[in-house]
Ligand binder design. Structure first.
Ligand code: NAD
Length: 478
């Protein structure tokens, strides 16, 4: 087999594998190099998202949600469920099965699309060559017309909380607990901290989240963030804001956390501690010293708006480059880069990338927050509709949260949509379409939404932008 390819992709996460499939579909001779080996010692595709990120965490979230519903909410629906218990090992086994199914699925898609898969560690050399060192230590060099680096990211570790097998873990370790910890500490009140904290909280852990910043979910629209905090606190999560973890001490099977807040220094003891203080681009060993590809000041691979690195013909995408660390952003970049390589027109609309926090209820957003609009002096109008006034939310027994739409004061163009509520991650795509098609709030208001659905809250929020919501009293516009 010739080792010459039109495209060699380094990394088979949602950025890399999507780029490889797209490139092959466009008739380019494509290879993809992946080094991931799972806990059974098997080489697998899919990267962080499929193996230890988005997918496994959602499998646990769903299980914990069902358990919580059965133990707390069924009674409201007239369902008597006695003696409910949780088999954590079975839950984790189900999660592993889903992961295996999906990672195996990518291997099949590679075959179906004619992508050549290389198992081992890929390194970009000078002259668009990629060295692959297999798991057996054998090395070979691939030659490429184009290289796409999609090496992803890894969790940040902090000196006060060094990972300690089975006791102080990162987001990966937190997916494999064999039983529900009684007292769970979480360092970092970001996306991962809240998702994992609420999984184990719903399964019965007493959860404390330490967040160094004074503001809760600082990048989320603050009207929404306030509701989220209220809801999670009601669910039992203790959220300590302005609390920086400064030290940890392992004491037998427990870990003592020292944290500092405005009132001074405090200590708290846990059975498990999860560290989720952010992720950093993974570039170590990916780029040879003479590859010519440069990093930016924060350690991300430097790219232009079209994911071109400083070397012609070498692109980089996903978590390894600037922009939000989101699987779907990586995939979008992968498709765009493959298209560009094939000579097609392509670009990623970074202004219309949705983000979702998979707590229950979910938090989803696209576009600008109210704080961002204020900061950039954009005149805007707001339409808010609470799920408490939506019939379908009542029938579902999930009336928490709201839909909030921000539109330009003069043009009425939708600038942002923010949703906190059941299935917010599904509902937000109406906002993505609105932003992508430069819709006005009136466009959304004029659409016919099916009844009874949660999406009607989006419709009502759009109507509320001009004070015409039907199913609530509209506030007088000043
Ligand atoms: N649903 C999703 O879209 C999803 C899910 C998982 C991860 N991700 C992405 O992965 C990345 C990593 O997620 P994350 O939650 O780890 O990071 P994050 O940046 O969202 O949150 C980390 C938090 O830790 C806090 N922190 C840092 N040091 C601390 C200390 N010593 N004590 C207390 N708090 C401290 C920070 O202030 C920050 O709020 C993010 O970019 C995220 O967008 C996204």
């Amino acid at each position: 087999m010739s080792n010459k390819f039109d495209v060699v992709v380094i990394g088979a996460g949602p950025g890399g594998y999507v780029a490889a499939i797209r490139a092959a579909q466009l008739g380019l001779k494509t290879a993809c190099v992946e080094k991931w080996v799972n806990k059974e010692g098997k080489s697998v595709l899919g990267g962080t998202c499929l193996n230890v990120g988005c997918i496994p965490s959602k499998a646990l979230l769903e299980a914990s949600h069902k358990f919580h519903e059965a133990s707390h909410d069924f009674d409201d629906f007239g369902i008597q469920a006695k003696g409910i218990s949780m088999d954590v090992k079975k839950m984790v086994g189900r999660k592993d099965k889903i992961v295996n199914q999906l990672t195996g699925g990518i291997a099949m898609l590679f075959k179906a699309n004619g992508v050549t898969s290389f198992e081992g560690t890929g390194k970009l050399l000078a002259g668009k060559k990629v060295e692959v060192v297999g798991h057996d230590g054998q090395s070979q060099v691939l030659e490429a017309e184009n290289v796409i680096v999609a090496s992803g990211s890894v969790p940040v570790e902090i000196p006060p909380a060094p990972l300690t097998e089975g006791l102080i873990v990162d987001s990966t370790g937190a997916l494999d607990f064999t039983e529900t910890p009684k007292r769970l500490g979480v360092i970092g009140g970001g996306v991962i901290g809240l998702e994992l904290g609420s999984v184990w909280g719903r399964l019965g852990s007493e959860v404390t989240v330490f967040e160094a910043m004074d503001t809760f979910l600082a990048s989320v629209d603050q009207q929404i963030a306030k509701e989220v905090k209220k809801s999670l606190t009601k669910q039992g999560l203790e959220i300590e804001l302005g609390a920086r973890v400064t030290a940890t001490e392992v004491k037998g099977k427990e870990v003592e956390v020292t944290f500092a807040d405005a009132k001074g220094e405090h200590k708290k003891v846990f059975d498990k501690l999860i560290v989720c203080v952010g992720r950093k681009p993974y570039t170590q060993g990916v780029l040879a010293d003479d590859s010519g590809v440069t990093l930016d000041e924060r350690g991300f691979i430097f790219v232009d708006d079209n994911c071109r690195t400083s070397v012609p013909g070498v692109y980089a995408i996903g978590d390894a480059v600037r922009g939000p660390m989101l699987a779907h952003k990586a995939s979008d970049e992968g498709v765009a880069v493959a298209d560009l390589i094939a000579g097609r027109k392509a670009e990623v609309n970074y202004d219309a990338i949705p983000s979702v926090i998979y707590t229950f209820p979910e938090v989803a957003a696209v576009g600008k927050t109210e704080e961002e609009l204020k900061a950039s002096n954009v005149a805007y109008k707001t339409g808010v509709f609470p799920f408490a006034a939506a019939g379908r939310a009542m029938t579902n027994g999930s009336t928490e949260g709201m839909v909030k739409i921000l539109a330009h004061a003069e043009t009425d163009r939708v600038l942002g949509m923010h949703i906190f509520g059941q299935h917010a991650g599904e509902l937000i795509h109406t906002g993505v379409i609105a932003l992508e098609f430069a819709s006005s709030a009136e466009d959304l208001a004029l659409m016919c939404f099916a009844h009874p659905t949660l999406s009607e809250a989006v419709h009502e929020a759009a109507l509320a932008v001009d004070g015409h919501a039907i199913h609530m009293a509209n506030r007088k516009k000043r």
